[in-house]
Design a protein around this ligand. Sequence first.
Ligand SMILES: Cc1cc2nc3c(=O)[nH]c(=O)nc-3n(C[C@H](O)[C@H](O)[C@H](O)COP(=O)(O)OP(=O)(O)OC[C@H]3O[C@@H](n4cnc5c(N)ncnc54)[C@H](O)[C@@H]3O)c2cc1C
Length: 491
Amino acid sequence: MRKSHVALFGMLAAGVAMLPGLRKKSLHPGGPPAARSWRMRITSHETFSHDSIDSLGYDWSRIADPAMAPKFPLKVYLPQSTGDIVKIVQEAKTLGEKLAVRSKGHSSNDLVLTEGGSVVVTEKLNRIVAVDRERMTATVQSGAISAEVDDYLATMGLGLPIIGDHNHITVGGFASVGGISPASHRFGLFIDNIESFEYVNWDGDVLNCSRTENAADFWRVLAGTGQHGIMSTLTLKLIEIDKYGTILENEQTRCTNVDDFVAVSSSYINDPGDALYERGVWIDFQLPRRRLTVGQFSAYKATPASRLATLRGRLAYGYLHRIGYLAGRLPPGLDRTVKYIGTAGVIFSPKYATIKNIEFFTDKILDSTVGDPTRMLIVLAPLERYEELFRESFALMVDYRERTGCFTFVSVYVKSINSEYLSQGTDRTRFCELMFYMGINQKRMTPEVLDEVVSDFDDLCIRHGGFRYMHSKTVTDARRDILDPNVHYRK
Ligand SMILES: Cc1cc2nc3c(=O)[nH]c(=O)nc-3n(C[C@H](O)[C@H](O)[C@H](O)COP(=O)(O)OP(=O)(O)OC[C@H]3O[C@@H](n4cnc5c(N)ncnc54)[C@H](O)[C@@H]3O)c2cc1C
């Protein structure tokens, strides 16, 4: 590490108090005090809000292409109840309008945009309706933010088994794509943990769905990317858990060689053993004179919560979070360096961590709006294809970088998933997630190059019998019917 970076590390370690006037007010005043202070520290996009009218013209693709032209809707509906949704759907039907459904716009596959059209925004459909301790379920409106629901549950010693690593993702948005976390090898997708839901179909009928009631609709609407109607309320399975108080020990393996990383991650993904949470990441930077590659796999296991462990976890994470917090507030140039240091924080993650820190790890450290623009492309494939798929898809991205210069860094986040939904009625429930997270060189990443990358990636996914995670960009042709796991449930 260069000297200036060491000095910067020192400055960051001294904390945000060094930069008066930079603190922002929390957008989320709810939740218990510990949760509140934890959440207000940073978000992974400090430089824009997706709750503004301006944001209605964009989805998460703006992070990859900040110059993209907005696609503003003409009409915006803001329902607060199921009755409101029925009225909206009936009005749209009478007028012959097609409705788009949008929660917070974290998807980047043109799912929530409708230029000149009508959009239903679930922002105000955000109540926690009931928590049933006996049945271990929570019923919430679909626009509720999953992190806020989880914080409310935390006050009762309860929590959601699966939650996204970003603190603005909504329950309805997560339920409409799938939902993956470092606990997915135990609990599956978020949608595997949905007990039932109420939705309004495009005729304006209100339907209740579960594995036993309207079962065909249940499977079809989940991960349905808003195509089959509008979910109004969802009943979610809960577990007893203390996410802020439980400290887990990070069994961490680091590698600098991609073959070693594939072997290590493959063994953990195939056999998680007693790991309660697990994730791996491989990062490949193209520096001016050389290529820097580094990877790590973290398997988080139970540990006695000794005082020392608590202290170490808190100190180390507080430090990393400050790096993320500062990254969005520094002068241009310096912010990019900090982002790379934040990336180092992903690789050199602390020995002890609370469950909450594990769940929100990358979000607290990397600000997507700082430094290079970034894009995600994600594949969900049968577990046995993991090693081959990793090698081929990683080689594909590096090849694009070398030939076209479209990517700056190429990173891959990997997880294991045990999912009833993805099994599609077979006994094959075990899958892997490969999330490619790439730095974009805007001059070189033309729309044509992007289409080619996505097309090649999708072909590769099909060759390995995988699915695409449909919130990230996919092809739009007939191949989409093979790539989208939801299509199976439409038959
Ligand atoms: C920084 C970041 C971190 C992320 N981390 C994770 C992660 O850890 N794990 C993971 O699995 N994913 C993750 N994602 C992806 C995220 O889960 C998806 O983008 C998801 O779509 C949720 O985002 P949203 O609530 O903003 O939904 P939107 O993008 O607004 O909507 C997504 C889809 O859901 C539909 N929809 C929304 N609400 C309803 C409703 N009430 N009824 C019917 N359809 C509806 C929309 O039409 C659209 O098709 C992340 C994304 C970002 C940008």
